[in-house]
Design a protein around this ligand. Sequence first.
Ligand SMILES: Cc1cc2nc3c(=O)[nH]c(=O)nc-3n(C[C@H](O)[C@H](O)[C@H](O)COP(=O)(O)O)c2cc1C
Length: 317
Amino acid sequence: MKRVPKRTSVDMSIELAKLRLESPVLTASGCAAAGKELDQFIDISTIGAVVTKSVMLEPRSGRATPRMAETPSGMLNGIGLQGPGIDDFIEKDLAWLNQKGAKTIVSIAGNNVEEFGKVADKLRDIPGVIGIEVNISCPNVENRGQVFACDPYAAADVINNVRRNVSASMPLFAKLSPDVTDITEIAKSVVKAGADGLSVINTLLGMVIDTDTLLPRLSGKTGGLSGPAIRPVAVRCVYQIRKALPNIPIIGMGGIRSGRDAVEFFAAGANAVSVGTTVFNDPEACVRVHDEVAQILQDKGLRSLAEIINAAHEELI
Ligand SMILES: Cc1cc2nc3c(=O)[nH]c(=O)nc-3n(C[C@H](O)[C@H](O)[C@H](O)COP(=O)(O)O)c2cc1C
C-alpha cells in the first residue's frame, strides 16, 4: 500500500502564488529525481507537488565521482546537474508524472541567461506543469562562472528572461542561495523582475577534506551542503525574507526531517516546505512530515495551517 496523508480535521491546504495545494509539503529539487523512485512508497499525487531535478537545455553527464560525502548532520554533494535535457525530460518524465496525476513544479537551470529562457519556453502548454522553479544557483559561463544567485542584477536578468518566455499565469519561483551577504537584496531583485514566489534555500557551498590523502573528497572539490546542519541558516533566511517582503509566497527548505522542523519554517514565514536530503533515507518523508504537522496543529487546538504561518513575526500577526 502506498502511503497517503491521514485524514484530519485540520485544514492543511495552502495558497501559494497562483496555486491552491492540498498539502504544504513538496519534494525538494534533485532529491527525488522525477518522482519515480518515490512512487513505490507514496502516492505522489497526494503531496503538495513534485519539484523535479533541475533540467537544462541539453543532456549532461554531471561531474565525475565521488560526488557525495557525509558531513556532521548532513551531506555534501557535487552532482553537477546531471540530466537528460529538456526534450527528453518532457517526453518521458513529465508524461509519466502527468499520467500519475502529480502536480509538478519543474526546476530549470541554464549556463547563461538565454538558455534559461529557452528551457522555460519548451514548457509552455505542457499538461501537469503547475509552476516553474528557477535554479539560479548555477554558474554563468558568460561571466567567469559567477553564480547568478549571488548577484542581484544577474539573478534579475534570468528571472526577467524566463518571465518573458512563459505565460503570464505560470507561477515562477526563484530559488535563492544562502551564500550571500544580504539574501533580502536578491529576493527583492528577483521579485521585481517577475518572480511570483521564492524557494529558500539552496545548499551552502562547502568542502570536505580526506585526512588520509589530504585532498578534497569530492571530484569537484567543493559541493553543496544540505541536511539538518543547514536548518538554522535556512530558517533565518526565510525569516529575513518574510520580514522584508511580507506578502511574497515562500517555499522553505533546508534540513527538514520532521513535522516539528517544518513548523519552524511555517512560523518563520514559509507558506509551503520542500523536503530534500531526508527523502534519501525515508522515501515516505513528504507524507510523514505532512501528517506530523497536522498532528502538531491538532494538539495545539488549531484548525488550519494558515494559523501558524508567520507566527514568529509578532509585528505581522
Ligand atoms: C543530491 C542533491 C541534489 C540536488 N539537486 C538540486 C537541483 O538539481 N536543483 C536545485 O535547485 N537544488 C538541488 N538541491 C538542493 C535541494 O533542493 C535543497 O534546496 C537543499 O538540499 C536543502 O534542503 P534539504 O536539506 O532538505 O536537502 C540538491 C540537493 C541534494 C542533496
